[in-house]
Design a protein around this ligand. Structure first.
Ligand SMILES: NC(=O)c1ccc[n+]([C@@H]2O[C@H](COP(=O)([O-])OP(=O)(O)OC[C@H]3O[C@@H](n4cnc5c(N)ncnc54)[C@H](OP(=O)(O)O)[C@@H]3O)[C@@H](O)[C@H]2O)c1
Length: 257
């Protein structure tokens, strides 16, 4: 088992962060979760809890104090500002934690607004003067499913025509983040993609079938450079298809639950 460290997980209540917290606890680490919300009364887990807000900076200095490693999974509307507050708190406490940041495959090719912010966060982490590791992953299964389930109220399901995705299991990405967090700072780690590439139409049809819904799937050709880059596969890493859980397997779990 790895030497015990104190690991702060920002976004430790989120889809990815929850898996990271569990993985770190299983690896015998002292884990602290940063959340905007106070700890739930019925949560009696072994993790420490820090209430704070990365956007205002409130409580962030206290959260980072004494952390040997920070796995930064928090995300919201203003990620650059949030990341800057996190870095400022590290400098303020004079700590030198290993900062592990999770990012998205292809953010320098597909220029969505959210992706530009992720790229700026990567740069801020790289230039922070702290030891750092950045892992880029493809879209999580949960997000891909939401692209269809969020349209259940519509009579048809719209998909971006020509786009393909390589969904990956958030638990597997978390497992890799735990490995990286417990290792030496690695700089840009190798990208992580799911096992299979599917068209947006295939994914919508699979999701509809799993949820027992009947809808026509309608492709929409979306304008702009970002969607052109998406159609060109800028979000894919077929040579780094290292995830093992397929989207079909993820949906089987959904069907059973
Ligand atoms: N989803 C994907 O397909 C995908 C793919 C590749 C990479 N990623 C990256 O993986 C990371 C995690 O994504 P996710 O989908 O797991 O996110 P998520 O489920 O939306 O969770 C977001 C987390 O951020 C925290 N948060 C938001 N605003 C905050 C603030 N102002 N201060 C402190 N905490 C704040 C939330 O905590 P509270 O609500 O408890 O405060 C929550 O735990 C993100 O960096 C994302 O870009 C995601």
């Amino acid at each position: 088992m790895a030497r015990e460290r104190t690991v702060l997980v920002t976004g430790g209540t989120g889809t990815l962060g929850r898996h990271v917290v569990r993985g770190l606890l299983d690896a015998g680490q002292r884990v602290r979760v940063l959340s905007r919300r106070p700890r739930r009364a019925r949560d009696d887990g072994p993790q420490e809890w820090a209430t704070g807000d990365l956007l205002t900076g409130d409580g962030v200095t206290e959260a980072v104090a004494g952390a040997d490693v920070i796995v930064h999974c928090a995300t919201g509307r203003k990620d650059v500002r949030a990341t800057r507050h996190l870095l400022a708190a590290c400098h303020h406490t004079r700590g030198n934690p290993h900062l592990v940041y999770v990012s998205i495959v292809g953010i320098d090719r597909v220029r969505f607004f959210y992706y530009d912010a992720k790229l700026a966060c990567e740069r801020a982490v790289e230039r922070s003067g702290l030891p750092w590791t950045v892992l880029r992953a493809t879209q999580f299964h949960d997000l891909v499913a939401r692209l269809t389930t969020s349209q259940f109220r519509l009579p048809v399901t719209l998909v971006p025509s020509g786009a393909r995705f390589q969904p990956v299991d958030a638990g597997e990405v978390a497992g890799r983040l735990v490995e990286l967090a417990l290792g030496e700072p690695a700089g840009r780690a190798e990208d992580m993609g799911g096992p299979l590439v599917h068209t947006s139409r295939e994914l919508a049809l699979m999701t509809l079938r799993a949820y027992g819904r009947r809808r026509s799937v309608v492709g929409v050709r979306l304008p702009g450079k970002a969607f052109r880059a998406l159609r060109a596969g800028g979000n894919l890493v077929p040579d780094r298809a290292v995830g093992t859980v397929t989207y079909a397997e993820y949906l089987e779990r959904v069907e059973k639950s």
